[in-house]
Write a protein that binds this ligand. Structure first.
Ligand SMILES: C[S@@+](CC[C@H](N)C(=O)[O-])C[C@H]1O[C@@H](n2cnc3c(N)ncnc32)[C@H](O)[C@@H]1O
Length: 213
């Protein structure tokens, strides 16, 4: 919907494999009055239902952290971009995620569980620069966008801490006692208004080679 304002008289196509995401995106496009120029389809990013060289620009956001073969998805994005067109990926480097906590061992164990056990491709953000270059894109640029969290409840939701804590315990990375003390400490910080966590997003852009001068 936001891209609709950037493409002049052009059109925007979005895909997601989840039909509910597609339905909600269509509702938002209609509410924003751009449905005629913004279409959403159910589809797999690893097998895009579009012809080669058919888009001026292709982007994905917080997608590659969820896929097992990000190079295959990026190859599809490059395939459907016209020569000279832009390919953009924004993703989280969950390895840069940190929480202000006195018990650093538990903090590190939970942070590592989130990256390695609770996500398919949790280090995605830091790998984008290499991935874009390996895909043959030219003029690859990178920008870091730091996110901060001071709302404990929101942070737990975004980082799916319930799942992470369960995964960490199952994997034997943290003991129940340490986890209990960690939760108490985080609740105390929440009450005091001193909870703080941060993570980097990595934004990488490149151009498809082959444009004629
Ligand atoms: C964190 S959400 C980001 C959604 C959207 N890019 C945004 O910025 O709001 C990740 C989305 O990727 C979708 N997804 C995961 N794997 C996919 C795949 N192989 N093909 C298409 N969509 C996929 C999920 O259904 C989910 O909606």
């Amino acid at each position: 919907v936001e891209l609709a304002g950037l493409v002049g008289g052009g059109s925007v196509v979005g895909i997601d494999r989840d039909p509910e995401m597609v339905r909600r995106a269509d509702v938002r496009a209609a509410e924003a009055g751009v449905a005629a120029r913004v279409g959403h389809h159910q589809g797999d990013a690893g097998a895009l239902p579009f012809a080669d060289d058919s888009f001026d620009a292709v982007r994905c956001e917080r997608l590659l952290q969820h896929v097992a073969d990000p190079a295959a998805v990026l190859a599809e994005m490059v395939r459907v971009t016209r020569p000279g067109g832009s390919v953009v990926a924004l993703d989280t480097d969950w390895g840069s995620h940190s929480v202000d906590a006195p018990d650093v061992l538990t903090e590190r164990a939970l942070a590592r569980t989130l990256v390695e056990n609770s996500l398919t491709n949790g280090y995605s953000g830091r790998r984008l620069y290499g991935l874009m270059n390996a895909a043959g894109l030219s003029g690859v640029t990178v920008e870091i966008i730091a996110l901060t969290f001071t709302d404990y409840v929101f942070w737990r939701l975004i980082t799916r801490q319930d799942v992470v804590e369960e995964d960490a315990e199952l994997a034997g990375f943290v003991e129940a006692g340490a986890l209990g003390r960690w939760r108490e400490e985080m609740l105390r910080k929440d009450e005091q208004g001193t909870f703080f966590a941060s993570v980097n997003m990595v934004l990488v852009c490149g151009s498809k080679r082959g444009a004629h001068a």
